[in-house]
Design a protein around this ligand. Structure first.
Ligand code: SAH
Ligand code: SF4
Ligand code: F3S
Length: 431
């Protein structure tokens, strides 16, 4: 029996796919190419309508001889409705039922009928993928919490991932230790609200967890995603005191208008958000930020949108993901009247992206002639002798090098575009 996993969505889905692979390989199954595998597992994303629709065209191309499992967030949100849509699917497996996937495949092989497994359970959380089941040998994902109780009015995630569940500190530290011992260079702590993590068996909060993990021999520690409404000042101190916590935070603002934030049920104001950004920069002048923004939320006026643009200018983000608002099932905002006309919303998105490209170009040009540390992440697929790396603030850096994947290099920046940097390796300095 062979399987192929197709992953859509966020890093938590990437990590879940690693766990699925680990589990199935432990049962003696092996991965095969997409064209050959007996079972296709689609780990899906429901966050906006477009990525959700992608999975239907994806599964539609497979002949009936191949078993199709739709798993993950769309499975959790749609359940039986997937059969009603006549989607090409043999089994629907929600985000908390992955641990049964081996049994489900056996059931399908034995001629079992299409069915749905979508109950909530905690059993999945403690599965730790072995190094060989992971998607990278350099960057290790460590899930620390799952779920969300915020119910932002536009967001389906609380319905696909359920209520917040936190993993015990000891289990997180053990997984990170294993990754460090296996040669991983960075870990990324994962969760919908990582900065709301609390040790279920103790008193430690997220800053304490970071302090503990920073003692491990890991050059870079990262975490996504932090919710501005859960910010604690202690996080700033812990980051400032530990140089191996990357000076970069993904800190989704969603809008620059307090009025729209309120409609979105985000519990912070623009002023509070900016005060946190300033506190980080006071303690660490080199601190970098990235964010997500939604444009065209119902009720967003021209003035609200201008406030979003001015927030971009004030923070000078390293990178920004921007989306047109997409009404989602189960959410409060789905019942609201549509906002600005579609054409105007598209123009807002382009205006935001154009401004952000100019900001990134300006940020990147500031680095010309400077030396930065770069982690070699992959060889360039087309140019030999060329590496694609990442900077501490997660910028793409292309540089000529024979470094092995996973090695750090000192790189002098020689070229700067809006989306990436070019550089050349500097010779190692004399001891
Ligand atoms: N837990 C993360 C977000 C997960 S969803 C957080 O709270 O920041 C990732 C991003 O998708 C969100 O930050 C938001 O910008 C976007 N998004 C979520 N729901 C959306 C919707 N209905 N329409 C458009 N974008 C949406
Ligand atoms: Fe969605 Fe808001 Fe929860 Fe993030 S914090 S997952 S945007 S509901
Ligand atoms: Fe998508 Fe689910 Fe992640 S909806 S963004 S894959 S948590």
């Amino acid at each position: 029996m062979t399987f192929f996993i197709k992953t859509f969505g966020c890093q938590m889905n990437v990590n879940d796919s690693e766990k699925i692979r680990h589990l199935l390989e432990a049962r003696g199954m092996s991965t095969a190419a997409e064209e050959q595998a007996d079972v296709i597992i689609v780990n899906s994303c429901a966050v906006r309508a477009k990525p959700q629709e992608k999975i239907f065209s994806y599964v539609g191309r497979f002949p009936a001889s191949r078993k199709i499992i739709i798993a993950g967030c769309v499975a959790q949100s749609e359940r039986e409705a997937l059969f009603a849509r006549k989607a090409r699917v043999d089994y629907v497996v929600g985000t908390h039922q992955f641990y049964r996937i081996g049994d489900i495949i056996d059931e399908l092989q034995a001629g079992g009928r299409p069915a749905v497994a979508a109950g909530f359970s905690r059993r999945w959380q403690e599965l730790v993928p072995a190094a060989r089941a992971r998607s990278s040998a350099v960057t290790g994902y460590v899930s620390i919490m799952e779920g969300c109780d915020n119910f932002c009015s536009y967001c389906i995630v609380p319905f696909t991932r359920g209520r917040e569940k936190h993993r015990p500190m000891a289990a997180i530290v053990r997984e990170a230790e294993t990754l460090a011992a296996s040669g991983f260079k960075e870990i990324v702590l994962l969760g919908q609200n990582v900065n709301h993590w609390r040790d279920p068996g103790g008193r430690a909060g997220f800053p304490e967890l970071l302090r503990r993990l920073a003692r491990l021999p890991l050059p870079w520690i990262r975490f996504i995603t932090s919710y501005p409404g859960y910010h604690e000042p202690e996080l700033v101190q812990v980051m400032a005191g530990n140089r191996n916590i990357a000076r970069h935070i993904h800190f989704p603002a969603q809008s620059g208008s307090t009025r729209v934030l309120k409609l979105m049920n985000r519990v912070y104001t623009r002023a509070q958000y900016l005060a946190i950004v300033r506190a980080f920069r006071r303690a660490m002048p080199e601190m970098k930020f990235s964010s997500d923004f939604i444009v065209g939320f119902p009720g967003e006026s021209e003035r609200d949108f201008q406030l979003t643009l001015s927030l971009l200018r004030e923070v000078e983000y390293e990178s920004v993901f921007s989306f047109i608002y997409s009404p989602r099932p189960h959410t409060k905002a789905a019942a609201l009247a549509a906002g600005a006309p579609a054409q105007r919303v598209r123009e807002r998105l382009y205006a935001l992206q154009e401004l952000q490209a100019a900001i990134q170009l300006k940020n990147n040009r500031r680095l010309l002639g400077k030396e930065i540390d770069v982690l070699a992440c992959e060889e360039h697929p087309k140019k030999s002798g060329e590496m694609i790396g990442r900077s501490e603030s997660y910028r793409v850096v292309n540089f000529a090098s024979h470094a092995a994947v996973g090695e750090f290099r000192r790189v002098r920046i020689t070229g700067a575009g809006p989306h990436s940097l070019r550089g050349e390796e500097t010779p190692p300095s004399a001891p």
